[in-house]
Ligand binder design. Structure first.
Ligand code: B12
Ligand code: SF4
Ligand code: SF4
Length: 270
C-alpha cells in the first residue's frame, strides 16, 4: 500500500441502501449493515503479455468471480471469528452493490467517464470486491479526482456506448460479446473488426491514466494466465465460461471467418 492509492478502504453502507442492484445475492446483505470494506485486485500483466491475445484483459487471468470470492470469503470468516457479534458478507462481481461507486466512496479511486474505477497505481485494471458488515468502521474522508475529463475514452468507443450523456450498457461491445440471442450483422462486424472474442478494452486502452499502470503481482491471477480463447476450451475457471460454450464458440467462429484467428486476434487493435 502506498498511501496514495490503497488497495482497500471503507465507506458507509447507508447511502447504498437505495441503490441495491436487483440480484439474488442481495438477500445476503446482513440486516443492520453499517459499513462496506472495499478491496481492489489489480490484474494488469504488462503490454507484452497481451501481444497474441484474442480476449479482453480481464478474461486473461483466472475468473475473478472464483478467485476473489475465495479470498474475500476467507477474510470474512476470519473477521467473523474475531468479532463473533457482528456479521460479514463477502461479494464480488455479481455483487448487489454498484461496486465502482463503492470503491470511489471508499477513497480508492475515481469513476472515470468510461464508467470504470481509475486508480493512481493500477489504472482501471482492477477488479473490485467487498465485505459488507454490521460493524461501524471509520469511512474514507477523501474522494480522489483522477479522471481528467479528456474524453479520449468516449472518442475511442466504437459503438457509441460511451457518450457525453453517459454510458449505454446495451450498446457496449463487452455486453454484445456476452449476448446469447443472435447477433445482428452489424454486431458481428464489430467483433470481427476488433478481433476480440470476449469483452472489450478499447476505452481503457485509450485512457492516459492507464499508460503507467503497474503490473499485478497477485499469484491468484498469475497462476492460470491464458491469453487466447480457442475452440473446445475447458471453460472451468475462465471468465468467458459463464454464458456457456455456445456464446464463446460463436464469437470465435465470427473471428475465424475473418481470415483466421492469428491474423486478427489482437485485442489491442483499435
Ligand atoms: C453488469 C455489469 C456490466 C455490464 C453493464 C455495465 C453497466 N454499468 O451497466 C457490461 C457487460 C456492459 C459490463 C462491461 C464491463 N465491465 Co462490468 N460489471 C457489471 C456489474 C456486474 C454490474 C454493474 C451494473 O449493473 N451497474 C448498474 C448501473 C446502473 O450502475 P451505475 O451505473 O453505477 O449506477 C448506479 C450507481 O450510480 C448508483 N447511484 C446513483 N446515484 C447514487 C448516489 C449514491 C450516494 C450512491 C451510493 C449510489 C448511487 O445507483 C445506480 C443504480 O443502482 C459490475 C459489478 C457491480 N456489482 O458493480 C461489473 C463491473 C462494473 N465491471 C467490470 C469490468 C472489468 C467490466 C469491463 C471492463 C469488462 C471488459 N473488459 O469487457 C467492461 C467495461 C465497460 C465499461 N466501459 O463500463 C468491473 C469494473 C472494475 C473497474 N475498474 O471499474 C466491475 C466492477 C466488476 C468487478 N467486480 O470488478 N459490465
Ligand atoms: S468497453 Fe468497448 S464498447 Fe464498451 S464502452 Fe468501452 S469502448 Fe465502448
Ligand atoms: S480517457 Fe480521459 S475522460 Fe476517459 S476515463 Fe480516462 S481520464 Fe477520464
Amino acid at each position: 500500500m502506498d498511501g496514495v492509492s490503497p488497495l482497500w478502504g471503507i465507506c458507509d453502507f447507508a447511502p447504498f441502501a437505495d441503490h441495491i442492484l436487483p440480484c439474488r445475492a442481495a438477500s445476503r446483505i446482513p440486516d443492520g449493515a453499517q459499513s462496506i470494506i472495499v478491496a481492489l485486485f489489480p490484474y494488469y500483466l504488462g503490454e507484452d503479455a497481451y501481444a497474441d491475445s484474442n480476449i479482453s484483459r480481464y478474461a486473461v487471468v483466472p475468473d475473478y468471480n472464483d478467485t476473489m470470492r475465495d479470498v474475500l470469503s476467507c477474510a470474512a470468516d476470519a473477521l467473523k471469528a474475531a468479532y463473533p457479534g457482528e456479521a460479514f458478507a463477502a461479494f464480488c462481481g455479481n455483487s448487489p452493490l454498484p461496486e465502482v461507486m463503492a470503491a470511489e466512496r471508499a477513497g480508492l479511486g475515481t469513476r472515470g467517464r468510461n464508467s470504470l474505477l481509475l486508480t493512481e497505481k493500477f489504472g482501471s485494471w482492477v477488479f473490485i470486491g467487498e465485505i459488507v458488515t454490521t460493524m461501524r468502521l471509520p469511512p474514507a474522508q477523501t474522494v480522489l479526482r483522477l479522471c481528467d475529463g479528456c474524453d479520449l475514452c468516449i472518442r475511442a468507443c466504437p459503438t457509441g456506448a460511451l457518450a457525453s450523456d453517459g454510458f449505454h450498457a446495451e450498446l457496449c461491445l463487452s455486453a454484445i460479446t456476452q449476448q446469447k440471442k443472435p447477433l445482428t450483422a452489424q454486431q458481428e462486424e464489430m467483433i470481427r473488426k476488433t478481433g476480440c472474442a470476449w469483452g472489450c478494452d478499447i476505452c481503457q486502452k485509450a485512457c492516459p491514466k492507464n499508460r503507467s499502470a503497474e503490473k499485478t503481482d497477485l499469484a491468484l491471477f498469475l497462476n492460470g494466465v491464458k491469453t487466447r480463447a480457442e475452440h473446445g476450451d475447458d471453460l472451468a475457471g475462465r471468465a468467458y465460461g459463464w454464458r456457456g460454450a455456445n456464446v464463446i464458440e460463436r464469437n470465435l467462429t465470427i473471428l475465424d471467418k475473418s481470415g483466421g484467428p492469428h491474423e486478427i486476434s489482437n485485442c489491442d487493435r483499435e
